[in-house]
Design a protein around this ligand. Sequence first.
Ligand SMILES: [Zn+2]
Length: 841
Amino acid sequence: MKNQFLTLLTLLLVFPACFAQQPKKPNASEIHESIKKLNFLGSVLYLAAHPDDENTRIISYMANEVKARTAYLSLTRGDGGQNLIGPEIRELLGVIRTEELLAARRTDGGEQFFTRANDFGYSKHPDETLAIWNKEDVLSDVVLAIRRFQPDVIINRFDHRSPGTTHGHHTSSAMLSVEAFDLTNDASKYPEQLNATTTWQPKRMFFNASYWFYGSQEKFDAADKSNMLSIDTGVYFPSSGLSNTEISSLSRSQHKSQGFGNTGTRGSSLEYIELIKGDMPKNANSVFDGIDTSWNRVKNGKAIGKLITEIEKEYDFKNPSASLPKLVKAYTLIQQLEDSHWKSIKTEDIKNVISACAGLYLEASAQHNWATINEDVNLTIEVINRSASNITLQSIVNPNNVSISKNINLENNTKFSFNEHYVIDSKAETTTPYWLTEQGSLGMYKVEDESLIGSPETPRSQNVTFNLVIENTTIPFTKPIVYKTNDPVKGEVYMPFEIVPIVASQLAEPVVIFENNTPKQVAVVVTAGKDNVEGTVSLNTPKGWTISPKSLAVSIGHRGETKTVLFTVTPPSSQSEVKITATVTVNGTTYSKGLNEIDYDHIPFQTVVMPQPSKFVRLDIIKKGENIGYIQGAGDVVPESLRQIGYHVAIISPDDITPANLKHFDAIVVGIRAYNTVDDLAYKQNVLFDFVKEGGNLIVQYNTNHRLKVDNLAPYKLQLSRDRVTDENAKVTFLDPKNDVLNVPNKITEADFEGWTQERGLYFPDAWGKEFTPVLGMHDKNETEKQGSLLVAKYGKGHYIYTGLSFFREFPAGVSGAYRLFANMLSIGKEDINTEPKLNK
Ligand SMILES: [Zn+2]
């Protein structure tokens, strides 16, 4: 079943974000726009790599001005980025960004699709991207999306001809799109897809050119545009009082986790699209030139087109229900179509128009926003017809497919409300994003049910169908069950109705680090989905590790309640990295998935139930120097990570950077991008340099050379660049093998650079004074060696270290080698406070 939530979305022109969870209630102008859209049978697919890549001006223009079915295929869900609104990263961030794209499409009128490709982080080149993604699988998903959506026109955001000039995911998206264009109509390609789809040939493909692909506006103005169409996306819609460019900004502003709030513009706004495949439109104003976008493209469609044209012309803005007789007639004709593609699309669309014209409100709401299997759910059903039309509620069909006869004559503006209950099927699936139920790889999500591939969300399983007789024709309207409540501040709040497991559990910390043999207590959080849950909690015990006790009883009285139990974990005596999962056994059934809530105002509330093992790391580490001062920059978890391995870390504000304060510290660490974000550091450099001169260690993590607040980043010449090594497995060579940071107190070897995550590092310096010693060399494929990732200089009696290595990413991932190397950086020059002889000189 196609996600019905989505088909509803295609209907509306503009919908304010704060009502994202509420049912749509289109007004007379919006209904009229939807009727016009019923008469257009053309489709545009916009294609790129990430949430936020899409050009919402074009999507909104195609959906609202051209009235085409318009969709955005984002190859990934954007898990690899940063989250500006909350703590979620990786998979949970991907869920938020999925919902933000859906919120954007609710605003601009498009639909949304994905592939199984995982946003694994920055990549410089499509070669790297396509090696980490399973290229064949992602290509197959692009072909599938095209065969299902059947676009006449595809518009790529990126240029397939310029690998290496932008994110590797970007170029890959365009390359796969170009490749798919020639495969989708070939029945020998991915034949298994043809059980549920048909072959399809898009008519043309464009690249959405922009000045930033040309280097500057001047260069783009001067470029040859004979192979380009220009589209004025600045059109004004009197029906909504908005310019298209204002709608596109509202849409773009849904990317709140990325801080992409956008201010609308008004007036003409040209977009250029360059023809990549197919023939150039003769009419320079239409991407659909030469394509029949009327009902004539469908067998027996002509009469429907004629009818809808009449409905559009005769539409009464004061009484939309006057259109009902002809709308129902058109609905009946659509049911007789042989073309299943347009039949299913236009059926959903015209049902939405019929419902809106009749002022229907159909709702099934539950007492809670979740339930568990076998639970008896009490539903409140509300049905109202707000038109003079003769409408009967014939029956309702509950989620277990049981039809309940009603035969209620729905008199104009008379509300009918009644209760129904049903027991949730014992085989009903937990409500959770389908792409997270199994653990995937770095580059790909694992999806067992192939019919779900490409869908933005898991289709809702708990729905109620209302069979209404309108104008002597039975029309079924299916609605997902909702939960609604009143919030004293927000007012009416709607939430989706979900099925949760009877019990969920997860370790409180995703990563636990042991710096020595000392046992640690770890907490397991257990959440009950129903009342009176009695179970036993246990942890898997990896070889060499000891966990006590073996199991713990847990008893939870009320649904939604959480209890915490504590285990003592003793690590082995040598270095070890393991995964530990908490399991709860209730009545012989084991539950081992964690439960997470995504709760933000701009997207629907939802739970994510997924495998959630924690990483346990026994480090083999020696530390010297205990007291660390940390100057925070753009925000990172390095201080917490250092505390986990036993350092005393004090956060020092710029005001506290005084000689008297600094002398208590063995080392000062500067947080990521501090010299880009903290103005006051401009006046503190000399204090920090004097601290080094007197014997302290100063470790500065990466900054960008854009908007640096200081002229002198280091006591010696140091020039930042954009050099980065994005391959987290790039080979690391020791340029100065005898250097203390590689030997004291921990002997660093190649093994310490195994298991790094996302990248090696970024914004490395590319020129430095002779006082600096470059310690490590590394490079991405087909690039020259970068030597600026770790630079050490003696200054006075102390040491200044500049490093672009991504410790801020490696620490929270529990990467042992990163901890050991950082301990050496903190220890450098501290051998005299220890009695051990120095190993290398
Ligand atoms: Zn992107």
